[in-house]
Each structure stands twice: as structure tokens, then as C-alpha cells.
Design a protein around this ligand. Structure first.
Ligand code: NAD
Length: 431
């Protein structure tokens, strides 16, 4: 079994970490990342030539750090999680919370069937209710038509799943219909198959209703494609310094209650969840705008924007966290397929279905949420953040090599982490 526990990883040099990772992966049932795959992370993975085929007007590449979150156990299996992110503290926070969670059995995660929604807007109808029923009467025929769009997807068990018809009565242009095509996209993110199927159905919908199909596009509110994770942290594991486990637990629950009741707090609370989610989404070449859009729309589904997670306690007084959110990620298409670093990330986690990836991502989101709540509810966010932030400020001031640690450490002791101070300390060091 691959183990996600690698002690002292954070203290190692880059080379030592790569060697440790290779060791961890070379175990009999490890992920078996070969050296060329692994090397994708040394260079960033993408060549300018392949980038030139991905988007328009390419002039170069843009890199992000790639770190490995440790200690994760998801559904009883250890997993090393690649995270691509520019913000300090995120990888450390996720790893630390995963360490606490593994004492309680790690993360239990599930994902629904990978059902995406394609929308078709039907305008110019004489009677929206009549058109709605006419479409539902033709449901089987329409589903069969949509099903034929992607034979590859069909071969993997995907295809058209259901058709729903909604009346929108309170629009600025008067009533119209929205047809939802529910499509099983298996291991893809699914935008292309769904958009193609919607375009294919449009003339049939026009023929049945006598109306005009205007927009035909995927919805990012993927509320039929949810991922869920939960964890239980033994209360005594939460104790540190002068804080008892009970105090930390209750502080986390009180902090969550704030997010659950106030949209201003919920936005930041959910941003903390997305720190973890997006980092894995980006590392695997998935569309993080789609994930962001889905997450926040889902958080507002009751009409009031709220927390995506919940925190409470079980009968024994242990801390219990849950997270549920849309998770439209794929492992077969989009950038995931063409980006060598994304391929290495998928392989490192050993996931062979999009659902397995979704389960890991939502677990990281929950861990990240707990990291932020624990810090906020106890010592404040800045203490842990400052030493990492200070390093970035030191680099921005021009520090290199071991100057970075020296400048950062001095700023932390002085509790002044600013670029002008970093420049002054650097100048003193150089004199
Ligand atoms: P894709 O079309 O590149 O690959 C998916 C296809 O791979 C499937 O349709 C199927 O034909 C094939 N396939 C092979 N093996 C499969 C398996 N096991 N399971 C499922 N399919 C399998 O990729 P995609 O997922 O359709 O599209 C993702 C891209 O679309 C992302 O890059 C995203 O940015 C982009 N996009 C997003 C939106 C949006 O979010 N609103 C809109 C348009 C495009």
C-alpha cells in the first residue's frame, strides 16, 4: 500500500522530497509513476508548443508551485495529493488536518452518478404549459436522439439519462421554457458531450413545441453530480498549547455557525474550502472556474448564500465535519488529457474514475476548511500564515538562497512583515 505518511517531508530539500516520493511510490502496490511522468513536475510539464495548441495567441507559459499534501486517508486508502497553488499555508494546513483526521479513520467520501445538466432555452411559445407537456410526451424519443451523440461515452456506460422541463414564469421577457437534459458523462467533465447533445436536440424541440430554441449549454450548477465527505476528529486530538480539545472543538463549531448564518462570513468560509478544492482541481488540469461557479451557486441554492460544510459533535463529544458540493471533474478529456503534469497528478493518486477523484477533492476541501476554522477559532489566522508569508515577502524583496529564511525569520520575530522591512534586512545582511 502507498502510505501518505512521510515524516519530516516539509524539512527536506526539493531533491530529497522527490526521492522520498519515488520511494513511497515504488512500493508493490504504489502508483508506479515512471521517471518521465514524474519529471513533468520538475519542468512544469507543458511545452510552449503544446500550449500553442490549447489556447489562442500563446506567447509562453505560466507556472504555479506543485506541493504534495500528506496524511490523507480517503475511504480507507492512503493517497498522496498533488496541490497546485500560489498561496502559502494551504498544503501545510490540509496535511496537518488530514493527520488529525486519520486518527479517526480519515475521510469517508462518496459521489453521486456523474450526471451533468445541459440547458435549452425555448422561446416564442404560444402556451408554455402546453409545450412543456408535449415535450414530456416525447421524452423517450428525445433521450434516444441525445444518447446517440457520443458512442465512446455510451461504450463506457454513459449517455442521456433524463429530461426535465421547467417553466420560467418570472423573467423580464415573459414566460419561457427551459429543458434540462441530464447526461451521464462517466469519467469526463462532460461539457463537450452535453453541449453537443443539446445542439443536436434543439431542432427536435423546436419541431415539437413550435417555439425557438435559443441557448443550448451546460449548467455549471451541477447539483446532480455531488461529492460528499465526512470526518470525525477525536476530541483529544484537537488539544494544543493551552487549548483543550473541547475548547478547540466548540470554537470550530461556533465559527461554522457564523458562516452558516451570515453570507459575508460564508463567502470567506467557502473560499477556504476552495483553497483545497481548487488546488487539486488545477493540479489535475480540470476547469476550476466550473467548480467555483458550481460551488457558490450550490451554496446559494436555498435563496440565501451559506456554508457548504457543517461542523458539530457526535455522541462521544468528537468533532464531526461534513461537506457536500457539486464536483464536475474528469480524468479523460480537456486539459487533463494533454497536460503531462496533470497526467502525473492523476496517476499519483491512483484514481481510475472521475468519481474517485471527486471523493479525494471533497476530502481535501473539508480538511482545508477545518485548518482555517481551527486557526481562526484559536490563535488567529496570521500566526501560522506569517512565517510562510514572510518567505514570499523576502523573495519579493530580492532575497535568494539562505537569505530567504534569514530575512523571513527576522521579520516574524519583529512582527513586521513588509517589503520595505525585508529590503532593509536584506541590505543589512549584504553589508
Ligand atoms: P473531452 O470532450 O475532451 O473528453 C470527453 C470525451 O472523452 C467524452 O465525451 C467521450 O467521448 C470520451 N471518453 C473516453 N473515455 C471516457 C470515459 N471513461 N468516460 C467518459 N468519456 C470518455 O472533455 P469534456 O469533459 O467533454 O470537456 C471538458 C472541457 O470542456 C473542459 O476543458 C472545460 O473547460 C470545457 N468547457 C466547459 C464549459 C463549462 O463549464 N460551462 C463549457 C464548454 C467547455
Amino acid at each position: 500500500m502507498t502510505t501518505s505518511r512521510i515524516s519530516g517531508f516539509y524539512k527536506m530539500t526539493l531533491e530529497e522530497r522527490r526521492a522520498k516520493l519515488a520511494d513511497a511510490l515504488s512500493s508493490p502496490s504504489g502508483a508506479h509513476l515512471t521517471h518521465p511522468e514524474f519529471a513533468a513536475w520538475t519542468t512544469g510539464g507543458l511545452s510552449p508548443e503544446s500550449a500553442d495548441h490549447m489556447i489562442e495567441n500563446v506567447v509562453g507559459l505560466h507556472s504555479l508551485p506543485l506541493g504534495i499534501a500528506l496524511n490523507f486517508t480517503v475511504n480507507g486508502k492512503d493517497v498522496l495529493v498533488p496541490m497546485s497553488i500560489e498561496e502559502p499555508s494551504v498544503v501545510a494546513g490540509a496535511s496537518f488536518m488530514a493527520k488529525l483526521a486519520r486518527v479517526g479513520g480519515g475521510f469517508q467520501a462518496t459521489a453521486t452518478e456523474p450526471h451533468m445538466i445541459g440547458q435549452m432555452q425555448v422561446l416564442d411559445l404560444a402556451n408554455v404549459h402546453l409545450a412543456q407537456l408535449s415535450l414530456l410526451e416525447h421524452k423517450e424519443k428525445l433521450l434516444a436522439e441525445a444518447d446517440a451523440v457520443d458512442p465512446v461515452l455510451k461504450q463506457f456506460g454513459g449517455g442521456a439519462h433524463n429530461l426535465e422541463v421547467r417553466v420560467i414564469s418570472d423573467s423580464p421577457i415573459g414566460p419561457f421554457l427551459v429543458v434540462h437534459l441530464i447526461y451521464d458523462v462517466r469519467d469526463a467533465m462532460g461539457a463537450n458531450a452535453v453541449n453537443t447533445a443539446c445542439e443536436r436536440l434543439a431542432p427536435h424541440i423546436e419541431a415539437i413545441t413550435g417555439g425557438r430554441v435559443h441557448l443550448r449549454i451546460l449548467s455549471n450548477l451541477a447539483d446532480h453530480r455531488l461529492a460528499r465527505a465526512r470526518c470525525t476528529i477525536p476530541v483529544n486530538e484537537l488539544a494544543f498549547d493551552d487549548f483543550t480539545g473541547e475548547k478547540v472543538r466548540d470554537g470550530i463549531i461556533e465559527a461554522w455557525a457564523f458562516a452558516a448564518s451570515d453570507p459575508y462570513r460564508a463567502a470567506t468560509h467557502n473560499k477556504g474550502i476552495m483553497n483545497g478544492v481548487d488546488a487539486v482541481v488545477i493540479a489535475t488540469g480540470n476547469d476550476w472556474r466550473a467548480i467555483e461557479a458550481g460551488a457558490h451557486a450550490y451554496a446559494a441554492r436555498s435563496g440565501r448564500y451559506t456554508s457548504l460544510s457543517t461542523w458539530g459533535k457526535d455522541r462521544d463529544g468528537n468533532l464531526v465535519g461534513t461537506l457536500e458540493m457539486p464536483m464536475a471533474v474528469g480524468i479523460v478529456g480537456g486539459a487533463t488529457k494533454v497536460h503531462p503534469a496533470a497526467q502525473a497528478a492523476v496517476k499519483l493518486m491512483g484514481v481510475i474514475t472521475a468519481n474517485a477523484l471527486a471523493e479525494i477533492i471533497v476530502s481535501v476541501g473539508l480538511a482545508q476548511n477545518m485548518a482555517a476554522l481551527r486557526a481562526l477559532a484559536t490563535e488567529g489566522i496570521q500566526r501560522g500564515h506569517m512565517s510562510l508569508h514572510a518567505r514570499q515577502v523576502a523573495i519579493a524583496a530580492g532575497a535568494i538562497g539562505d537569505q530567504i529564511e534569514k530575512v523571513a525569520a527576522r521579520m516574524v520575530v519583529e512582527k513586521v512583515v513588509r517589503i520595505d522591512r525585508a529590503e532593509q534586512i536584506l541590505k543589512d545582511l549584504q553589508d
